[in-house]
Ligand binder design. Structure first.
Ligand SMILES: *[C@@H]1O[C@H](CO)[C@@H](O)[C@H](O)[C@H]1NC(C)=O
Ligand SMILES: *[C@@H]1O[C@H](CO)[C@@H](O)[C@H](O)[C@H]1NC(C)=O
Length: 254
């Protein structure tokens, strides 16, 4: 699979400020999740044909979406690479058949302290802050994945949080998010991530650690990192979307 090409394709299909060129009409005021929700939005965003087809596919060929869980931490270079160059472009293309669950915690450690928990992260306090910001986002925003991608794709992951939230979840105030981050809710949610990560079977050995439909094997992990797109296509039990190609194993080449 050609990862840079996949990334470019994702940029084209999904308006992203990081992409230097986009063919989306500038009159498209909707986030990608809403493009197909009405005829108007589909027309304005220039994706009517795609939406009509996607709607048809949904009605006639529905299967359970493939579940992917990603155990990661916000500042680990391999995690950043996976989220921005593999997971995100694959999700943009296959979001109808793919359900993404992110669990920020990774190799961090927790210890009880009174009624709360304190956390220690592999890449220091900044990473703990990034983990908890993303944990709160996952609880508070429908666009959490877009915001997390935006953060991870930025030079300074933590500093980018505020503008990424403004961009993708303008209705979520920074103050509300920070009250989660600094309060009991964030602490509890982070603890839930710790428990989820530490009860993985088999236990995680590194990050990013991937499960597909709840399962982790060396083979699945390797395929998820190297060729997630055909892996998701092949795991989907419904009629495969056209973009998967014959048998769902097509390489993306133009
Ligand atoms: C897709 O289907 C939904 C109902 O499931 C409908 O509300 C929507 O208008 C359809 N979108 C398009 C572009 O036809
Ligand atoms: C957010 O967290 C609270 C507390 O754990 C939980 O009750 C709620 O269902 C969560 N909401 C979402 C959307 O995850």
């Amino acid at each position: 699979m050609n990862v840079p090409l996949l990334f470019l394709l994702a940029c084209i299909l999904h308006f992203n400020s990081k992409c230097s060129a986009t063919i989306l009409p500038s009159s498209c005021p909707y986030p990608p999740s809403q493009w197909c929700s009405t005829l108007d939005s589909a027309v304005q965003c220039g994706v009517l044909k795609h939406c009509l087809h996607a709607n048809l596919t949904k009605w006639h060929h529905a299967g359970e979406p493939v579940q992917i869980e990603v155990y990661y931490e916000t500042l680990c270079p391999d995690c950043i690479m996976f989220v921005t160059q593999v997971l995100y472009p694959t999700w943009v293309l296959l979001q109808d058949i793919l359900s993404v669950h992110l669990v920020p915690f990774g190799n961090a450690q927790e210890a009880p302290s009174g009624s709360k928990y304190i956390f220690k992260c592999q890449h220091g306090e900044q990473e703990c802050l990034g983990n908890i910001i993303q944990t709160c986002l996952l609880n508070m925003s429908d666009n959490a994945f877009l915001i997390i991608f935006c953060m991870e794709a930025s030079t300074d992951v933590i500093a980018a949080a505020k503008s990424c939230v403004h961009l993708y979840s303008p209705e979520l105030s920074w103050e509300r998010l920070m009250s989660c981050v600094n309060g009991d809710l964030g602490n509890q949610l982070m603890h839930q991530n710790a428990v989820k990560t530490n009860t993985l079977d088999p236990p995680h050995q590194f990050v990013p650690w991937v499960t597909i439909n709840g399962e982790h094997t060396d083979d699945l992990q390797k395929k998820a990192i190297k060729s997630l797109f055909p892996l998701i296509c092949s795991k989907y039990k419904g009629i495969k979307p056209v973009i998967c190609g014959e048998g769902g194993h097509r390489d993306l080449r133009i």
